[in-house]
Write a protein that binds this ligand. Structure first.
Ligand code: IMP
Length: 477
């Protein structure tokens, strides 16, 4: 078949698919969640769509497991923002993998994985990850590609971030994320493509910046800066391998999209940590939303057929910043767990205990609108098993009024008081359940109230860390 006809047929199929998925976008004035919607959405789970899976709140929603489920029906998996601040945990056959920069889809053999232009790459840490995967029998060579436009995290950036953190107290992961994005915006950053030009070129670029940052470190923060060679050398340790990975991936990715092979975009962090739409300044330094995908992967967002928003049955956040539904004390400790279990609420990148709160529909609604979320993947429902009551925040009391909108400023967020729907805790475990009807009544009520408030379906429910501890809803009931 000629390329002309192949493209024509492909376009026809794509347009057809888009029109069918739009039916499930629930754009109609009155949202009706009926069995047809669930059926259509799940039918599309197996199709090679372009799909975005992203976190809707402050990260750690359990995205990696959901990415892992959808990776089966994609041939290409893409990270488009953030860097080693992410910690994506996947459990396969009782083996736990924590991925920081490489997309979680790498665990599916034969899939192509891409780190897009919007990422900030920590090269030594990337190679640690590659080594760990190789030792676990996961081959990475020839299927991991990095955009030549992605920025590079250096030792200087990490040291500076650690120093700034002491006075600013954002609670960053200290992985040099903010300082590297700052250099990008200042137009003084280093990119993967620069590295390909060789050491002399990198030295020439870095020399200009080195003196400035070294003197800030020393004079302002009293930190001994590393020597210039110690900044440059680690970037070149694996240069031979890197040369095979660093490519102009944007045209490659758009060709995959044109070929309809199924591209899965894996968001990192969550919408409430977005630099523009999160709880600024207590956010990360990238756009964690669908807008970040467009800029960071170089893909027309209209090519995305389906957006899956991942959210836990409760809320967590690590680091500082406002958190309207936060709970403390014994109840928070009970939900967080002791840290003995892999699913307990401790940071997978930093090990910090996560702050705990009830699920916040005001923040969720903000994220659903911003990202055009089609369906929810609800994770960790089992963490609420055994509680005497469970709450869902449906609005805030703010400035003497009820509001459904996410306040923009820290003082407004701090004074907002959550208004809750309270449910009696459910009898019987949800842990490991694989069918919706096996869930206790109370748990189903909780899920259905969430759908009612958000006006989109909860398509997947994760009831444990393993791949198969998942309910995929094909019907409403
Ligand atoms: P940074 O991304 O290291 O600059 O940290 C900024 C804020 O985002 C801090 O509150 C971090 O705890 C938070 N953060 C960054 N990455 C993640 C993540 O993957 N999960 C949850 N929180 C994150």
């Amino acid at each position: 078949m000629s390329k002309f006809w192949a493209n024509k047929i492909h376009r026809f199929v794509n347009i057809h698919l888009e029109s069918i998925t739009n039916i499930c976008n629930f754009n109609a004035d009155k949202v009706v969640l009926n069995n047809k919607c669930y059926g259509r959405l799940t039918a599309f789970m197996d199709k090679k769509l372009n799909r975005l899976v992203l976190g809707l709140l402050w990260g750690d929603e359990g995205k990696a497991k959901i990415v892992d489920i959808f990776a089966g029906s994609a041939n290409v998996i893409v990270r488009f923002q953030g860097g080693s601040n992410a910690g994506h945990t996947v459990v396969v056959d009782d083996k736990k993998f924590i991925l920081h920069q490489i997309p979680a889809g790498i665990l599916h053999s034969g899939k192509v994985c891409i780190l897009g232009a919007g990422m900030v790459v920590d090269i030594p840490k990337l190679f640690e990850e590659i080594r760990e995967l190789r030792e676990a029998g996961v081959a990475v060579a020839e299927r991991l590609f990095i955009s030549s436009r992605a920025h590079i995290v250096t030792k200087l950036g990490k040291l500076l971030e650690g120093a700034i953190e002491r006075s600013q107290n954002i609670g960053t992961t200290k992985r040099g994320i903010g300082t590297t994005y700052a250099e990008k915006v200042l137009r003084t950053g280093l990119r993967m493509g620069d590295l390909m030009e060789g050491k002399d070129y990198i030295a020439e670029l870095l020399e200009k910046r080195y003196e400035d940052i070294a003197s800030i470190l020393l004079k302002v923060y009293n930190i001994e800066p590393p020597k210039l060679d110690d900044v440059i050398d680690p970037l070149f340790e694996n240069i031979r391998v890197l040369r095979q990975m660093v490519k102009p991936v944007m045209p490659m990715l758009n060709d995959y999209i044109a070929d309809g092979v199924g591209v899965l975009f894996e968001g990192a962090q969550g919408t409430m940590l977005d630099i523009d739409w999160g709880t600024y300044p207590y956010v990360t330094s990238s756009n964690t939303t669908i807008a970040g995908l467009a800029a960071g992967a170089g893909v027309n967002p209209r090519k995305i057929h389906q957006v899956i928003g991942v959210v836990k049955a409760f809320t967590t956040r690590v680091g500082e910043g406002p958190f309207p539904t936060e709970i403390e004390g014994a109840l928070a400790d009970e939900i967080r767990g002791t840290g003995e279990n892999q699913w307990d609420e401790f940071g997978s990148t930093t090990g910090r205990p996560r702050r705990i709160g009830w699920l916040d529909v005001v923040a969720l609604h903000h994220a659903v609108v911003l990202n055009g979320v089609d369906a929810i993947a609800l994770t960790k429902l089992d963490a609420l098993d055994g509680l005497s009551e469970v709450k869902l925040c449906r609005s805030y009391w703010s400035d003497g009024d009820i509001t459904f909108d996410m306040p923009a400023s820290v003082p407004q967020l701090r004074q907002a008081r959550p208004i809750y729907d309270t449910f009696p805790g459910w009898k019987g475990p949800t842990r490991g359940k694989k069918r919706y009807k096996e869930l206790p009544d109370g748990a189903r009520q909780f899920v259905e109230r969430l759908e009612e408030l958000l006006e989109i379906p909860v398509l997947l429910i994760s009831t444990g860390p393993a791949r198969d501890e998942t309910i995929i809803r094909r019907r409403k009931g």
